[in-house]
Design a binder for this molecule. Structure first.
Ligand SMILES: *[C@@H]1O[C@H](CO)[C@@H](O)[C@H](O)[C@H]1NC(C)=O
Ligand SMILES: *[C@@H]1O[C@H](CO)[C@@H](O)[C@H](O)[C@H]1NC(C)=O
Length: 189
């Protein structure tokens, strides 16, 4: 388990060299673009839902207390919120999930922390568990939440609203359209 206390950059590098810390690490299978308020919002950002104020929310991720968690991004204002299994907060440093010609993203119905094929992982938690992206209809919105498979629920806490837990929810999965190149030339002698 990682200490939620902020480590100095040097201590973190040392710890990673020693292989002592795996928690709070970003997953690199998908394409995530670093963003902040004044930066142009990336094209191909993945839409996640809408918040109680009616703004569209794009899929993001951020690091909080040695845990990588999904984030809800309002493109228009750069207002970014997220929640852990207990805390709701806002982020100023975050990354935006983007699709490309071969990788696209879809929401599928799921339940009980079931490990869906090709579910998008944001990274690891402070207890070194993989963290996934879920969403559910609640509080007048369709809100992106945090899925810890071991807790078996999609946890959503938006601003100062009560913490919500869903056993049935949707989970974000990737579709990979790239086809392996078949070198049929080799078959001709
Ligand atoms: C889409 O992103 C993946 C992962 O980074 C990459 O392997 C693939 O080549 C990209 N596809 C295109 C068309 O750029
Ligand atoms: C997509 O499929 C290609 C070809 O099978 C594979 O090389 C690549 O790693 C896959 N990318 C992802 C992000 O799954």
């Amino acid at each position: 388990m990682c200490s939620p206390v902020k480590l100095t950059a040097l201590a973190l590098i040392f710890a990673q060299l020693l292989g002592a810390i795996h928690c709070g690490e970003y997953d690199n299978i998908d394409n995530w673009v670093i963003s902040y308020k004044s930066k142009n919002f990336p094209e191909n950002a993945v839409l996640g839902g809408f918040d109680p104020a009616g703004y569209r929310n794009y899929v993001g991720r951020t690091l909080y207390s040695a845990s990588v968690v999904p984030a809800r991004i309002r493109a228009e204002t750069g207002y970014v919120t997220f929640n852990t299994e207990s805390v709701a907060n806002t982020a100023t440093f975050y990354e935006v999930l983007v699709s490309n010609a071969t990788l696209s993203y879809h929401w599928v119905h799921s339940f009980d922390g079931f490990r869906e094929d090709n579910a998008v992982c944001v990274g690891t938690s402070s207890t070194d568990e993989r963290v996934y992206i879920c969403r559910a209809k609640t509080d007048g919105g369709l809100l992106i939440g945090t899925l810890y498979p071991d807790i078996r629920t999609c946890i959503i806490r938006y601003e100062n609203l009560p913490l919500r837990k869903f056993e049935k929810y949707e989970v974000l999965v990737r579709k990979n359209k790239s086809v392996k190149w078949i070198p049929f030339d080799n078959q001709i002698n």
